[in-house]
Design a protein around this ligand. Structure first.
Ligand SMILES: [Fe+2]
Ligand SMILES: [Fe+2]
Length: 222
Protein backbone atom coordinates (compact mmCIF):
# COMPACT_ATOMS: atom_id res chain seq x y z
CA UNK A 1 0.00 0.00 0.00
CA UNK A 2 1.27 3.48 -0.83
CA UNK A 3 1.59 5.64 2.25
CA UNK A 4 2.97 8.81 0.69
CA UNK A 5 1.94 12.07 2.30
CA UNK A 6 0.56 15.02 0.42
CA UNK A 7 3.54 17.08 -0.90
CA UNK A 8 2.91 20.05 1.41
CA UNK A 9 3.29 17.96 4.52
CA UNK A 10 6.47 16.09 3.68
CA UNK A 11 9.08 18.61 4.76
CA UNK A 12 9.15 19.80 8.35
CA UNK A 13 12.03 21.97 9.60
CA UNK A 14 13.98 21.01 6.49
CA UNK A 15 13.62 17.30 7.19
CA UNK A 16 12.04 15.19 4.52
CA UNK A 17 9.61 12.94 6.33
CA UNK A 18 8.82 10.73 3.36
CA UNK A 19 12.53 10.08 2.83
CA UNK A 20 12.95 9.14 6.48
CA UNK A 21 9.94 6.83 6.32
CA UNK A 22 11.25 5.16 3.16
CA UNK A 23 14.58 4.58 4.91
CA UNK A 24 12.79 3.03 7.88
CA UNK A 25 10.89 0.73 5.54
CA UNK A 26 14.17 -0.30 3.92
CA UNK A 27 15.45 -1.35 7.34
CA UNK A 28 12.17 -3.27 7.92
CA UNK A 29 12.87 -5.17 4.72
CA UNK A 30 16.12 -6.49 6.19
CA UNK A 31 14.18 -8.27 8.94
CA UNK A 32 14.25 -11.94 7.99
CA UNK A 33 12.18 -13.60 10.72
CA UNK A 34 8.78 -14.25 9.13
CA UNK A 35 6.51 -13.20 12.00
CA UNK A 36 8.41 -9.97 12.68
CA UNK A 37 8.38 -9.15 8.98
CA UNK A 38 4.62 -9.72 8.81
CA UNK A 39 4.10 -7.62 11.92
CA UNK A 40 6.08 -4.69 10.52
CA UNK A 41 4.20 -4.99 7.21
CA UNK A 42 0.89 -4.82 9.07
CA UNK A 43 2.03 -1.56 10.65
CA UNK A 44 3.54 0.07 7.58
CA UNK A 45 0.61 -0.98 5.36
CA UNK A 46 -1.88 0.67 7.72
CA UNK A 47 -2.26 4.01 5.93
CA UNK A 48 -4.18 5.75 8.73
CA UNK A 49 -1.62 4.71 11.31
CA UNK A 50 1.34 5.64 9.10
CA UNK A 51 -0.06 9.11 8.46
CA UNK A 52 -0.11 9.74 12.22
CA UNK A 53 3.26 8.03 12.76
CA UNK A 54 5.01 10.23 10.21
CA UNK A 55 3.65 13.45 11.68
CA UNK A 56 3.70 12.71 15.41
CA UNK A 57 6.18 14.34 17.78
CA UNK A 58 8.14 12.07 20.15
CA UNK A 59 7.54 14.31 23.15
CA UNK A 60 5.92 17.51 24.33
CA UNK A 61 9.20 18.99 25.59
CA UNK A 62 12.23 16.82 26.29
CA UNK A 63 13.38 15.43 22.93
CA UNK A 64 12.19 15.37 19.31
CA UNK A 65 9.36 17.65 20.41
CA UNK A 66 8.34 18.67 16.89
CA UNK A 67 6.32 17.29 14.00
CA UNK A 68 8.11 14.30 12.53
CA UNK A 69 10.05 13.83 15.78
CA UNK A 70 8.69 10.34 16.42
CA UNK A 71 9.74 9.16 12.97
CA UNK A 72 13.19 10.77 13.30
CA UNK A 73 13.72 9.19 16.74
CA UNK A 74 12.48 5.78 15.54
CA UNK A 75 14.72 5.80 12.47
CA UNK A 76 17.69 6.92 14.54
CA UNK A 77 17.13 4.07 16.99
CA UNK A 78 16.84 1.50 14.20
CA UNK A 79 20.12 2.76 12.68
CA UNK A 80 21.84 2.62 16.07
CA UNK A 81 20.47 -0.88 16.69
CA UNK A 82 21.95 -2.09 13.39
CA UNK A 83 25.39 -0.82 14.45
CA UNK A 84 25.34 -2.10 18.03
CA UNK A 85 24.14 -5.57 16.99
CA UNK A 86 27.15 -5.90 14.73
CA UNK A 87 29.49 -4.80 17.48
CA UNK A 88 28.33 -7.29 20.12
CA UNK A 89 27.07 -10.31 18.20
CA UNK A 90 24.88 -12.95 19.81
CA UNK A 91 21.89 -10.60 19.87
CA UNK A 92 18.55 -11.38 18.23
CA UNK A 93 18.81 -8.68 15.57
CA UNK A 94 15.27 -9.06 14.23
CA UNK A 95 13.78 -8.87 17.72
CA UNK A 96 15.82 -5.77 18.56
CA UNK A 97 15.07 -4.05 15.24
CA UNK A 98 11.34 -4.77 15.51
CA UNK A 99 11.34 -3.52 19.09
CA UNK A 100 13.28 -0.40 18.11
CA UNK A 101 10.87 0.42 15.29
CA UNK A 102 7.76 -0.13 17.41
CA UNK A 103 8.90 0.89 20.90
CA UNK A 104 7.19 4.30 20.86
CA UNK A 105 4.39 3.54 18.40
CA UNK A 106 1.84 4.40 21.12
CA UNK A 107 2.94 8.02 20.77
CA UNK A 108 0.76 8.33 17.67
CA UNK A 109 -2.13 8.63 20.16
CA UNK A 110 -0.30 9.95 23.21
CA UNK A 111 -0.17 13.44 21.74
CA UNK A 112 -2.46 15.82 19.94
CA UNK A 113 -0.52 17.72 17.34
CA UNK A 114 -2.99 19.33 14.98
CA UNK A 115 -2.45 22.90 16.21
CA UNK A 116 0.13 22.62 18.97
CA UNK A 117 1.71 19.68 20.78
CA UNK A 118 0.02 18.51 23.95
CA UNK A 119 -0.88 15.26 25.65
CA UNK A 120 -4.16 13.70 24.56
CA UNK A 121 -6.58 12.42 27.20
CA UNK A 122 -5.63 8.89 26.15
CA UNK A 123 -1.93 9.72 26.49
CA UNK A 124 -2.33 11.17 29.95
CA UNK A 125 -4.62 8.42 31.20
CA UNK A 126 -3.03 5.38 29.58
CA UNK A 127 0.54 6.29 28.39
CA UNK A 128 2.29 5.44 25.14
CA UNK A 129 3.72 2.22 26.58
CA UNK A 130 0.27 0.76 27.21
CA UNK A 131 -1.23 2.21 24.00
CA UNK A 132 1.68 0.75 22.01
CA UNK A 133 1.44 -2.63 23.71
CA UNK A 134 -2.24 -2.80 22.81
CA UNK A 135 -1.59 -1.84 19.16
CA UNK A 136 1.19 -4.42 18.84
CA UNK A 137 -0.85 -7.14 20.54
CA UNK A 138 -3.79 -6.60 18.18
CA UNK A 139 -1.55 -6.82 15.11
CA UNK A 140 0.37 -9.85 16.43
CA UNK A 141 -2.95 -11.63 16.94
CA UNK A 142 -3.74 -11.18 13.24
CA UNK A 143 -0.67 -13.24 12.34
CA UNK A 144 -1.09 -16.99 12.23
CA UNK A 145 1.32 -19.05 14.31
CA UNK A 146 3.17 -16.11 15.86
CA UNK A 147 5.12 -17.96 18.57
CA UNK A 148 3.75 -17.13 22.02
CA UNK A 149 7.20 -16.85 23.57
CA UNK A 150 8.33 -14.39 20.87
CA UNK A 151 5.22 -12.29 21.49
CA UNK A 152 6.24 -12.13 25.13
CA UNK A 153 9.84 -11.15 24.33
CA UNK A 154 8.71 -8.34 22.01
CA UNK A 155 6.17 -7.11 24.55
CA UNK A 156 8.93 -7.13 27.16
CA UNK A 157 10.95 -4.73 24.99
CA UNK A 158 8.03 -2.35 24.84
CA UNK A 159 7.15 -2.37 28.53
CA UNK A 160 10.73 -2.12 29.79
CA UNK A 161 12.20 0.45 27.38
CA UNK A 162 12.11 3.34 29.86
CA UNK A 163 14.44 1.34 32.06
CA UNK A 164 12.94 2.02 35.49
CA UNK A 165 9.62 2.03 37.26
CA UNK A 166 10.00 5.71 38.18
CA UNK A 167 10.21 6.52 34.47
CA UNK A 168 7.06 4.61 33.59
CA UNK A 169 8.21 1.08 32.81
CA UNK A 170 6.30 -1.52 34.82
CA UNK A 171 9.22 -3.92 34.44
CA UNK A 172 13.00 -3.53 34.24
CA UNK A 173 14.82 -4.67 31.05
CA UNK A 174 15.60 -8.35 31.59
CA UNK A 175 16.95 -9.53 28.23
CA UNK A 176 20.04 -8.33 26.39
CA UNK A 177 17.84 -6.93 23.61
CA UNK A 178 15.73 -5.03 26.16
CA UNK A 179 18.79 -3.62 27.94
CA UNK A 180 20.19 -2.48 24.59
CA UNK A 181 16.95 -0.93 23.46
CA UNK A 182 16.68 0.99 26.71
CA UNK A 183 20.19 2.43 26.48
CA UNK A 184 19.89 3.26 22.78
CA UNK A 185 16.59 5.02 23.51
CA UNK A 186 18.30 6.91 26.32
CA UNK A 187 21.25 7.97 24.13
CA UNK A 188 19.07 9.12 21.28
CA UNK A 189 16.60 11.07 23.38
CA UNK A 190 19.31 12.70 25.50
CA UNK A 191 21.55 13.74 22.59
CA UNK A 192 18.62 15.17 20.65
CA UNK A 193 17.19 16.92 23.73
CA UNK A 194 20.52 18.49 24.70
CA UNK A 195 21.20 19.61 21.12
CA UNK A 196 17.78 21.22 20.91
CA UNK A 197 18.40 22.93 24.26
CA UNK A 198 21.77 24.24 23.09
CA UNK A 199 20.29 25.57 19.89
CA UNK A 200 17.23 27.16 21.45
CA UNK A 201 19.09 29.40 23.91
CA UNK A 202 21.45 32.32 23.30
CA UNK A 203 23.24 30.86 20.32
CA UNK A 204 26.30 33.06 20.81
CA UNK A 205 27.04 32.19 24.44
CA UNK A 206 29.49 29.46 25.41
CA UNK A 207 27.19 28.05 28.07
CA UNK A 208 23.52 27.18 28.03
CA UNK A 209 21.21 28.34 30.81
CA UNK A 210 20.72 25.82 33.67
CA UNK A 211 18.86 22.72 32.55
CA UNK A 212 16.52 22.05 35.46
CA UNK A 213 15.62 18.48 34.69
CA UNK A 214 19.17 17.36 33.88
CA UNK A 215 20.52 19.55 36.73
CA UNK A 216 23.46 21.11 34.92
CA UNK A 217 24.65 23.75 32.48
CA UNK A 218 25.89 22.56 29.13
CA UNK A 219 29.09 23.84 27.59
CA UNK A 220 28.86 24.58 23.88
CA UNK A 221 32.34 25.96 23.44
CA UNK A 222 33.06 28.86 21.16
FE1 LIG B 1 8.99 5.63 25.28
FE1 LIG C 1 11.86 6.34 22.54
Amino acid sequence: MNCRLKPLQTVVFGKDLQQMFDRLKKISETVETGHFKKLLDLFWDDAGLVEKFIKAPAAKKMHHAYLGGLLEHTLSLALLAEKVVEHYGGIDKDLLLTGAMLHDIGKISEFEFERSIDYSDEGRLISHIVIGLDLIEKKMNQIENFPEKTKMLLKHLIVSHHGSRELGSPQLPMTLEAVMLHYLDEIDSKINGIREFMESNDVDGEWTPYHKLLERYFYKGK
